[in-house]
Design a protein. Sequence first.
Lengths: 113, 112
Amino acid sequence: AQSVTQLGSHVSVSEGALVLLRCNYSSSVPPYLFWYVQYPNQGLQLLLKYTTGATLVKGINGFEAEFKKSETSFHLTKPSAHMSDAAEYFCAVRGQAGTALIFGKGTTLSVSS
Amino acid sequence: EAGVAQSPRYKIIEKRQSVAFWCNPISGHATLYWYQQILGQGPKLLIQFQNNGVVDDSQLPKDRFSAERLKGVDSTLKIQPAKLEDSAVYLCASSFTEDTQYFGPGTRLTVL
């Protein structure tokens, strides 16, 4: 069965610092992996996705993630944090039965000046 | 392009009352999803439609929750009767291809 584990429910960084949000997955089939961002009182917005092909995936707002099959990981990074990056981030894997997503519990990113 | 629309945005009810949420997906998206997001957790699938047929409703509490998508476009999710533990944000999403879902703003339900 598919599952997602996000390490760290809260991550705090200074503006300009590296952002690293960790995600490990379990999947019985080749995984489709996603990162979504959620701002307060809003729905989820897709940051990036991995389906097949290149394992380093670039997304919106300067974020990128690398699919590492050997480590079953899909960590999200951004070289330099901005105040506007403060939000909740969800890693997700596509379920086996259909195309619905299985989400991790989320990581809240705080950015201080 | 208009996004996924949901209404109402907020709803407060007493336990044992009924409530309904509405979702209008992006035009042309055949697949529609309802997710439940409890505070502090990631969204969890309740039901998935392909056009007007149900693909997956294995996690829908069918004794109290129901959903329909009669014409294969907009959808309604109903809870009757509501329990305290139903307090959550209900998210609707739609997709055209199988790898990208677009989410609406959600309906925040509070059950007192």
